[in-house]
Write a protein that binds this ligand. Structure first.
Ligand code: SF4
Ligand code: SF4
Length: 198
């Protein structure tokens, strides 16, 4: 089981989506245990029966760290090329839209939104309405949540720590959304607000 203390999202990318971990060439491993004792993130276990080290929790591994490979006397530990990390950093960022209304009949131009998400796979949209008028069914590709927009945000499995957030709405909604953003680890100086009284 990866340790949640280590297996955190990296630059907003869920750790499970990142293929960065050591690989041990078992044939060449002399079983010295240096990698097991040297990794502060408990990435390895030692298989005493076979006298080999085993990568036990690959998701615990720190992005860009290659300490175990550098200290292995048999030079038998490998990693993906560092270009892989550079590619991750340069991949297009997700753009997320959470749109909340009182009633589902208040939504408009959903066909436009559908076109946008078709053109850009990094664009994701959540619709939220407190009242589901006439058993609303969202168009394909759009996610619907019955409730408040901050409720949708709270429930959504999204990583926002490296995002800029643009927040517009009535003061009460803005306040509630700020609480959710704080829970999700968004720094206050990355939130831009347009609040109005209704
Ligand atoms: S440091 Fe290298 S040789 Fe030693 S146990 Fe780990 S993989 Fe094997
Ligand atoms: S690269 Fe660093 S964090 Fe990853 S397993 Fe090796 S020592 Fe541990």
């Amino acid at each position: 089981m990866p340790d949640p203390k280590f297996a955190k999202p990296w630059h907003g990318i869920p750790r499970e989506e990142i293929d960065w971990h050591p690989t041990v060439n078992e044939e060449a491993c002399i079983g010295c245990g240096t990698c097991v004792t040297g990794c502060g993130r408990l990435g390895y276990r030692f298989d005493f029966a076979r006298k080999k080290s085993v990568v036990y929790d690959p998701l615990n591994c720190l992005l860009g760290c290659t300490t175990c490979a550098n200290t292995c006397p048999s030079n038998t530990i490998s990693f993906p090329p560092l270009e892989y990390v550079a590619e991750l950093l340069s991949r297009p960022e997700d753009m997320l839209l959470f749109w909340g209304v009182t009633d589902t009949s208040d939504f408009y131009h959903l066909d436009y939104l559908q076109e946008w998400i078709k053109k850009d796979s990094n664009f994701k949209i959540w619709l939220a309405a407190r009242t589901n008028y006439n058993r609303f069914v969202p168009p394909n590709g759009l996610i619907f949540y019955e409730g408040t927009v901050y409720g949708a945000l709270k429930k959504a499995d999204v990583y926002l720590t490296n995002c800029d957030v643009y927040l517009a709405g009535p003061a009460k909604t803005v306040r509630a959304t700020l609480d959710v953003l704080a829970e999700k680890g968004v720094p206050r100086d990355r939130i831009f607000i347009d609040s109005f009284v209704r």
